[in-house]
Write a protein that binds this ligand. Structure first.
Ligand SMILES: Cc1cc2nc3c(=O)[nH]c(=O)nc-3n(C[C@H](O)[C@H](O)[C@H](O)COP(=O)(O)OP(=O)(O)OC[C@H]3O[C@@H](n4cnc5c(N)ncnc54)[C@H](O)[C@@H]3O)c2cc1C
Length: 363
């Protein structure tokens, strides 16, 4: 019997498993499909919230902690897995009129945010559309990194298997087993599985499972569609954001453009309207993308939550049950701190951050 069962093998479940395993716990991940094939596969992998000043302090605190350790974390995952999650630092260029908010936030959180003029903008991203640049300076965050999601989840899973974390895939948790208000395992589509503790990291689906126990959260699916262009390596250099649409260049010349924000339940289908809209947005930002082929189009379900603040907490009504879910648009950047904080709470260690802000009680 494992010390702890994690329901959900996305990036949040897997990073939590890593922390637990490093602390000497026996960990099993229960995954309905294949680990790392939902939102964590579908995302853009930017190691920063978009317009970070728009988020509340609990999100900024998790992001900052994670950004600081990302290089070390990816080194560990890459070297132990023998794979490459493709962590690169190519900065985030923002062409929206929020300079004052950006500078005030940067001062508070000690983040490197610069305002740059037209000449500097084109030096950084020569492919940028001239129609986008106005008299306003652009916001430039040179330290922002990115990872390549499908590679990150594959490498993390391989690393965890090597660490001795067990994966039970193609198995859906359908309910919890409890005795005298204490968790003793889960019910699943392949039978009951016993454990001392259970942590729910089920992404957008977390609320459904918890509802069975009258545990209410604000977690809901928010669909994001994304398209992928094939271009020459090095042609597009920076992550660029304008009017909530972004362009993310990967190392091999692939360029992601995203993403929609849709409240359409658990439907993951892609639509021709979204594809067309994202293509027009891509051309608006980088006109030369008109010459590139759209190679792929997909959708993922973000685990939306109120103000984008995840639930990282014990469920006080049932001993041994914990949550780590609701990371909305930022699960990759918030994941490392979120995992550490969850495990601090599970093991009664001094938490890395004040934990009350991430509790169920906030609604
Ligand atoms: C288009 C798009 C772009 C994004 N861009 C970024 C970005 O640039 N930077 C960033 O930081 N974040 C980004 N995100 C957000 C980020 O991807 C998510 O916040 C993160 O992946 C959430 O991870 P998770 O593990 O909670 O969820 P998921 O990856 O969805 O994993 C949850 C897992 O739980 C499993 N599961 C659910 N219920 C059960 C059950 N009952 N039994 C067993 N298994 C179950 C699911 O099958 C799934 O595999 C983006 C998301 C999308 C969709």
């Amino acid at each position: 019997m494992s010390d702890i069962l994690i329901v959900g093998g996305g990036i949040i479940g897997m990073l939590t498993a890593r922390e637990l395993s490093l602390a000497g716990m026996e960990v099993t991940i229960i995954e309905r499909g294949e680990a790392g094939h939902e939102s964590s596969w579908a995302g853009g992998g930017i190691i920063s919230p978009l317009y970070p000043w728009r988020y509340s302090d609990p999100v900024s605190a998790l992001a900052k902690w994670g950004q600081d350790i990302y290089p070390e974390l990816i080194d560990e995952i890459n070297s132990e897995s023998g794979l490459d999650a493709e962590l690169i630092q190519n900065g985030l260029l923002m062409l929206d009129n929020e300079q004052e908010e950006a500078l005030a936030w940067a001062k508070k959180w000690q983040v490197n945010v610069q305002l740059i003029d037209n000449k500097e903008i084109y030096e950084l991203e020569p492919g940028l559309s001239h129609s986008l640049v106005t008299d306003n300076k652009a916001i430039w965050m040179p330290d922002v990194r990115q990872v390549r999601n499908p590679r990150l989840v594959k490498a993390t899973k391989k690393y965890l298997l090597k660490q001795g974390v067990k994966f039970i895939e193609q198995t859906e948790a359908t309910g919890f087993l409890e005795k005298s208000n204490k968790i003793v395992g889960i019910m699943s589509t392949t039978g009951d599985i016993k454990a001392e503790k259970v942590l729910v990291a089920g992404g957008a689906w977390s609320a459904n499972l918890l509802k069975n126990m009258d545990i209410n959260t604000s977690v809901e699916p928010i669909k994001g569609q994304m398209i992928l262009f094939k271009t020459e390596p090095g042609k597009i250099k920076r992550i660029t954001l304008s009017q909530d649409r972004y362009v993310i260049p990967r190392q091999d010349g692939r360029v992601l453009v995203g993403s929609t924000l849709e409240h359409t339940g658990f439907d993951k289908t892609t639509t021709t309207d979204a594809r067309e809209e994202l293509m027009q947005e891509a051309f608006r930002i980088i006109p030369s993308l008109k010459e590139a082929e759209v190679e792929h189009h997909w959708a993922g379900l973000r685990p939306g939550s109120k103000d984008g603040v995840p639930y990282i907490c014990p469920v006080h009504s049932i001993e041994g049950l914990y949550l780590n879910a609701g990371h909305y648009r930022n699960g990759v950047v918030l994941g490392p701190a979120s995992a550490r904080l969850a495990v601090d709470l599970i093991l009664n260690r001094t938490p890395i951050l004040e934990s009350a802000e991430y509790g169920l009680e906030r609604g």
